[in-house]
Structures are given as C-alpha cells and as structure tokens.
Design a protein around this ligand. Structure first.
Ligand SMILES: Nc1ncnc2c1ncn2[C@@H]1O[C@H](COP(=O)(O)OS(=O)(=O)O)[C@@H](OP(=O)(O)O)[C@H]1O
Length: 203
C-alpha cells in the first residue's frame, strides 16, 4: 500500500477479498480503521453471470444446470461450486464481522449501480466522508450496452463506458433450476438483509 497523505484516500479493489477466509484478519492487522465496500447483486444472477464468464473462456464446460446440483433428483445444491458458494453472502459476512464493525462496511447494490448509479455513488461518497461531487449529471444511460456510462473519464474528454466483457448475454437456464436456487438462497438473503440492515429486494 502506498503511504496515504493528508487529504488522500487510498483505495484497493480485489473481487475475491469478500470470500477469502484470510482476508478480514489480514486487512484488520494492517489497519483496523479500513473502510470496506462490497458490491453485491442477486446471488442467482451472480451465479449465472459467473458461469457465463467461465463459459466464455472454456466453452466445453458442463451446463449450468448440471454444475448446480450434487444430486439433481433430490435437488441437493452443490455449495462447493464457487459460482454458488460466493453468493452465500451472510456466511462470508460472518467472518468479516469477527474483525470489523458493520459500520465500517458498505454494501453497494449491483442492480442499483445500473438503475441509479448516482444514488448508489452518493451512498459511497457519504460513507467515505466525501463531498457529493458525483451526481446524476455525470452519467448517461447507454441503451445498446444496457449500462450507464460516465460522461467524462478522469483526464479525458471522452465518456467512459464499461468494456466488452461486461454485459455478456447470459444463457437461458432451466426455470425449475432457477426456482430451486432462489429457494436455496432465500434464507441466506434474509439473514444478509438483517445483518446489513438493508433489503436488497432479491426475493
Ligand atoms: N459498474 C458496474 N455496474 C454494474 N454491473 C457491473 C459493473 N461492472 C461490472 N458489472 C457486472 O458484474 C459482472 C461481473 O463483472 P466483472 O467486472 O467481474 O466482469 S469480468 O470478470 O471483468 O468479466 C458482469 O455482469 P453480467 O454482465 O450481468 O454478467 C458485469 O456486467
């Protein structure tokens, strides 16, 4: 980590921190005051998105449906599959709460990051104790892409939109499998809403 001077905030992002067992203790040992921001989305859509990304690199992998179950007849979900396991947010959060108070954590909604980016970034700026500089006027919605774009990227006069690897078309998943996954995640989602004091509306 570079030295942080007065008036600066040092930020670091790594998608796997939230689900890595050793991360909370290590970050806490580095600085107990670290503020933590986690972007979360509906775990079922998250799992399908995760699978879609793997599929784009390895088109020969088994179907989403077959990877989801340990036993399809009994409907037993394979929680050791990372695409499923990562979405059990309440379980991961339990580990973080052993090292950080919940007030030092902010959970950003991945859905609202698309539907209301300025609102969600308003929460981020407040959480970091920053003046609300980024507002609605910094975004426009790119209909083709289905995502908001930043009107002007830092140091550039051109807008910044998300790259080609974002917004891949997800494969159609068997509705019964999606229903079973929703049923599986419901109690974990409810627990997560309770722990964070925030209803993400995934159910
Ligand atoms: N800024 C922002 N706002 C909303 N959603 C976003 C954003 N950045 C990434 N995404 C979506 O998150 C999914 C995974 O993105 P990643 O950045 O991990 O993708 S990748 O690994 O670089 O391919 C992937 O979801 P899907 O497109 O639904 O599969 C991305 O589109």
């Amino acid at each position: 980590m570079p030295r942080t001077l007065d008036g600066q905030i040092t930020m670091e992002k790594t998608p796997s921190y939230f689900v890595t067992r050793e991360a909370p203790a290590r970050i806490s040992a580095m600085s107990k005051d670290t503020k933590l921001i986690v972007v979360v989305r509906d775990p079922v859509t998250r799992a399908i998105s995760d699978y879609t990304q793997t599929l784009s690199k390895r088109p020969d992998i088994p179907t989403f449906e077959s990877l989801t179950f340990k036993n399809r007849t009994t409907g037993l979900i394979d929680t050791s599959w990372s695409a499923i396991q990562i979405g059990i947010y309440a379980k991961h959060l339990e580990h973080w709460l052993r090292h950080f108070p919940i007030r030092q954590m902010l959970f950003v909604s991945g859905e609202r990051l698309i539907s209301d980016p300025a609102g969600e970034l308003g929460r981020v700026q407040d959480f970091l104790g920053l003046k609300r500089i980024i507002t609605d006027k910094h975004f426009y919605f790119n209909k083709t892409k289905g995502f908001p774009c930043l009107k002007k990227a830092e140091g550039s006069s051109r807008p910044h939109c998300l790259g080609k690897t974002k917004g891949r078309t997800h494969p159609e998943i068997d509705r019964e499998v999606v229903r079973r996954l929703r049923e599986f995640y419901r109690p974990f989602n409810l627990k997560f809403y309770q722990m964070t004091g925030h209803d993400f509306g995934w159910d």
